[in-house]
Ligand binder design. Structure first.
Ligand SMILES: Cc1cc2nc3c(=O)[nH]c(=O)nc-3n(C[C@H](O)[C@H](O)[C@H](O)COP(=O)(O)OP(=O)(O)OC[C@H]3O[C@@H](n4cnc5c(N)ncnc54)[C@H](O)[C@@H]3O)c2cc1C
Length: 321
């Protein structure tokens, strides 16, 4: 059975959830083999095994991670030439997409990004992409070389399946240009207890309707009662009510959680572009004509300052976090 290479997204200790999702997808097309760049593979191995990685290719435990995307593309290109995988899967993050593009150039292959599903077809994997702000679903496949596919986090549910996760070290042959850009400093971002926005299973977002920075405490309280991440519309971030890194939409983050709660958000096309592929969408808005209701699986027409506290109470009664 052909291998499917999965580029492991990790921070040197923890394997990101998206890697479990990619390994789950990879099992549809062959034998998943994770590719781990930098130190920490021994620690991440159990997690990779849990989602079916038969092998873990490890490269550059001695500092390769200090260079940006190019070395990852070089290692993946070398492996692609050697094992002729059925596909190479990466997370559709900024870094993942850059690696995917470089890998495509190096191997003369086609690349698909921002993929939300990948299924077997007669002539190889068929990808689903959601474009024009989610207004159109496109199905496409790579016709040249090895399919290189960057998949959005949270696009598929990770399903465990045992794998041996045997570690195989790979010598990383890097050219001078691969090493041209170097990470000179790392600053650890202050992290809240909340899940990371693009990885969270539940996202609660607040918009202009929230009415001010101080009222975002209510959005945070609702998010915490559900173990969710907090997001915001651009109107809210531009007003300085919530930091820009939490903006959801065309010029912010793309999220695709199991549940997206839009509170006091009207549903402009630019906001939809970042959340439209969420599995279930719930809306709280006092205007029944707000366009966001077109997307909603569940909607509450009402004042958020009345509805949200009741929702928090009810979640509490049902044993929310
Ligand atoms: C190039 C470009 C890029 C953009 N990128 C993004 C992006 O990435 N993300 C993004 O979000 N926007 C983006 N925008 C902005 C976008 O067009 C909208 O202006 C923005 O999304 C509106 O935010 P909002 O829904 O919070 O505010 P509004 O459109 O003002 O909607 C507020 C909603 O809150 C409701 N409301 C008010 N008070 C209450 C209450 N008490 N209880 C319940 N409901 C209430 C109102 O009925 C209304 O529907 C972009 C725009 C441009 C031009």
């Amino acid at each position: 059975m052909a291998e499917v290479l999965v580029f492991a997204d990790h921070d040197g200790e923890t394997v990101k959830k998206v890697t479990g999702e990619l390994l789950t997808l990879a099992r549809r097309f062959g034998e998943p083999a994770a590719v781990w760049l930098g130190p920490g593979a021994e620690g991440g191995r159990a997690r990779l095994a849990e989602f079916g990685a038969a092998k873990v290719y490890v490269a550059g435990d001695d500092g390769i991670g200090d260079h940006v995307a190019a070395p990852a593309a070089a290692v993946l290109a070398e492996l692609t030439g050697r094992v002729s995988p059925a596909a190479v899967l990466l997370a559709a993050t900024g870094e993942g997409k850059e690696i995917a593009g470089r890998l495509a150039v190096k191997t003369g292959s086609g690349v698909l990004t921002d993929v939300v599903d990948l299924v077997p077809g007669d002539d190889g994997p068929v990808a689903e992409q959601s474009i024009f702000g989610g207004a159109i679903i496109v199905k496409s496949r790579v016709r040249t070389g090895t399919p290189i596919v960057a998949v959005r986090p949270n696009a598929v549910a990770p399903e465990p399946a045992p794998g041996a996760a045997e570690i195989e070290r790979v010598a990383a042959e890097l050219s001078d240009s691969d090493k041209a850009a170097r990470v000179s400093e790392r600053v650890v971002q202050e992290r809240s207890e909340r899940p990371e926005l693009t990885e969270a299973a539940i996202v609660v977002s607040g918009g202009r309707g929230v009415g001010g920075a101080e009222n975002f405490a209510l959005i945070e309280k609702l998010a915490d009662s559900l173990g969710a991440a907090v997001g915001a519309s651009r109107a809210a971030t531009d007003a300085g009510w919530y930091p820009h890194q939490f903006q959801v939409g065309q010029t912010g983050k793309t999220v695709s959680p199991q549940l997206y709660l839009a509170v006091g958000i009207s549903g402009a096309i630019q906001h939809r572009a970042g959340m439209q592929t969420s599995k279930t969408i719930m809306v709280i808005n006092k205007d029944p004509e707000a366009p966001i209701f077109e997307l909603a699986d569940f909607g509450v027409v009402g004042d958020l300052f009345t509805v949200v506290p009741q929702l928090i109470d009810e979640i509490g009664k049902r044993g929310g976090s």
